[in-house]
Design a protein around this ligand. Structure first.
Ligand code: SF4
Ligand code: SF4
Length: 386
């Protein structure tokens, strides 16, 4: 893995092992997705798990019990969207009827494979090897690590069941070498699961990416399925407890807060009150990176909601880094794991041809000594590399 490197980070920033909870927000917001139909009306009461939006294959359910109050404008990673607002009644009433017939004790192969495809876009067809990816690539993020730490017993139970039901011959638990607590816990109980193999993965950026992880593990991508620990938790919750995805863990960390933490939050909450309620911020202007310093985006948090694709918010001092003139040092070319020439991303033809190939990993901007931000080309901004 000659091109992968260990990222610099401040070792004084430590994420607390106490999970903070934000499970009783005043409101949650369900963004309207294209081609999904709203199946609730204004002023209707909904329980946790009631379907709000559906395209008749996949559905979005209510994370709280309360009343539909109307449409509001919110911000997500995909920009501004309309969302259905639900006002919490704090009664936590739950939908009683099961949403599907698959349970851990009745794991029908065809039905389970269909569920994985529909809900999580995971394809088990012809797979003989399964990798549970518990790696957080981004600095200061420990979300996947904590999913494993909190739910490892359930994960082992489901992995064992999957290996027997689906004739999967190789099951790998990929854990970062820095996760000593997870490694110790797993070593204590893996004796009971002879089919599950623990792999300790070096702390190199991008080994959490499926492509590089499979290469490192020497597994054939056509025969292997990689599942993130966060996704696996939701699958486990569905088949074991018949619970729809309505909460998630996110890491809130970085140099501009006093208590870097893992938060368990309802999906659809506004990020600002969440931070105000649980996080102690340092004085000064800040940047809020959603989903990592390397591959994430700086976002304005007003009206920003926590959707199911958010795994971290990293808070740093506001940076006004001025880009310098390119030194032609070649470092950006050297570091690119996809062998692209980042300097050519400003060229519309080159960008169009390689946009899909680029991982948006941020390594080219990270390594550049004159702070050229290549990310802007991926978003179609003006040519600035001189
Ligand atoms: S962001 Fe794209 S161009 Fe830059 S190093 Fe990563 S893969 Fe290469
Ligand atoms: S863009 Fe930055 S890293 Fe790339 S050649 Fe120029 S100075 Fe070096």
């Amino acid at each position: 893995m000659e091109k992968l490197l260990e990222l610099d980070k401040d070792d004084n920033i430590l994420v607390s092992h106490t999970i903070l909870e934000y499970n009783s927000p005043d409101y949650v917001y369900i963004p309207l997705h294209p081609n999904y139909q709203i199946v609730v009306s204004q002023n209707k009461h909904v329980s946790i798990g009631d379907i709000i939006l559906t395209n008749h294959v996949k559905s979005y359910t209510s994370p709280i019990s309360g009343t539909i109050t109307g449409l509001k404008s919110v911000t997500t990673l995909n920009g501004k969207l309309s969302a259905l607002e639900i006002k919490n009644d704090f009664k936590e009433t739950k939908k009683l009827a099961p949403t599907h017939k698959i349970t851990l004790n009745n794991l029908n192969k065809e039905a389970f494979a269909k569920l994985l495809k529909q809900e999580y876009d995971l394809d088990l067809t012809n797979k003989t090897s399964l990798v549970l990816n518990c790696l957080d690539d981004e600095p200061y993020v420990l979300t996947e690590n904590f999913y494993l730490l909190l739910y490892y017993e359930g994960f082992l139970e489901l992995l064992d069941k999957l290996s027997k039901t689906f004739n999967i011959t190789s099951i790998t638990l990929a854990v970062k070498s820095t996760s000593s607590e997870n490694i110790n816990k797993l070593l204590e109980c893996l004796g009971m699961y002879p089919l599950i193999n623990l792999q300790i993965i070096p702390n190199l950026y991008l080994l959490g990416h499926d492509e590089f992880l499979l290469k490192y593990l020497n597994l054939n991508p056509a025969e292997s399925l990689v599942i993130k620990a966060s996704t696996f938790y939701h699958i486990y919750n569905l088949v074991k407890r018949n619970r729809q995805k309505n909460t998630e863990l996110i890491t809130i960390s970085g140099p501009m807060l006093k208590n870097p933490s893992i938060i368990q939050t309802k999906i659809g909450v506004l990020a600002e009150p969440l931070i105000k309620n649980l996080i102690e911020l340092e004085e000064g202007e800040k940047d809020f990176y959603i989903n990592g310093l390397m591959s994430g985006k700086i976002m304005d948090l007003s009206k920003f909601i926590i959707t199911e694709d958010i795994h971290s918010i990293i808070i740093t001092e506001k940076k006004e880094t001025k880009e310098g003139k390119c030194l032609n040092c070649g470092l950006c070319l050297e570091v690119c794991p996809k062998n692209l020439n980042p300097l050519l991303l400003k060229n519309p033809q080159y960008l169009a041809k390689n946009r899909e190939k680029c991982l948006n990993c941020g390594l080219c901007s990270y390594i550049c000594p004159v702070y050229i931000n290549f990310n802007k080309y991926l978003k179609g901004a003006e040519n600035n590399v001189s």
